[in-house]
Ligand binder design. Sequence first.
Ligand SMILES: C[S@@+](CC[C@H](N)C(=O)[O-])C[C@H]1O[C@@H](n2cnc3c(N)ncnc32)[C@H](O)[C@@H]1O
Length: 235
Amino acid sequence: MTAIARYDGVADYYASGWGEDLTDPVTVALFDVLGDVAGQRVLDVACGHGRISRGLAHKGATVVGVDLSAAMLAKAEERESNEPLGIRYLQSDAADPELLQGDEYDAAVCSMGLSDIDNLDGTLANIRRLLRPGGIFAFAMLHPCFPGIEGVSAAWPSDGTYYDERYWQADASLSTLRQQVGANHRTLSTYLNTLHHHGLTLTQTAEPQPRITPDSPRAPMAQYPVFFVASFANS
Ligand SMILES: C[S@@+](CC[C@H](N)C(=O)[O-])C[C@H]1O[C@@H](n2cnc3c(N)ncnc32)[C@H](O)[C@@H]1O
């Protein structure tokens, strides 16, 4: 399976929309389930332009960021050369069996990247291999059960159902990123069973409500599960 770097064409768009402010509810929940990272070696899987990597480094972690997209990593590297935090970036498919052979990490994170990754099984196998025993894997993603609202696509294909697990591209007017890069829809059971299969044991979950003003066209989203955040320990 050859992974496709779908973010190469949207790096400017993504970086302008998802910046350095890490106070949004989903990122706060991600760092909360991850726990204290000071002094730890942390792998940022699907790090993109590095905003979470930088947040981890500011919290005292030694960070390696991995991403498939050269354009996203170029932004991360540019930022690192302007404001060095000691972050090492690597271009790779997160599922490449050769990824970071011989390394060991205290923790791994994946912020809003699991549904972008085509090979979930290979990626979780790598995370398991790279985590020390007891190490934590924390992730945040669009909730697989998000049903969508007018103008915002559901987590699952608009011509299918929750049970249709496949790559698809959103079509609703406000789903501007997923119109361009699409996503791999998987049921919640698939995520949880694949994590379990790779020896990762649930430690904490959160379903943070998005920060939406009442007059926003996205306001109805506040009624539904929008984000799923969880941490798992390497057994
Ligand atoms: C929504 S962005 C998230 C970026 C970053 N984690 C953040 O929170 O801003 C998803 C990222 O997943 C990356 N990605 C997709 N497939 C990947 C793969 N197979 N291996 C590594 N990274 C991948 C994309 O290039 C993109 O940078």
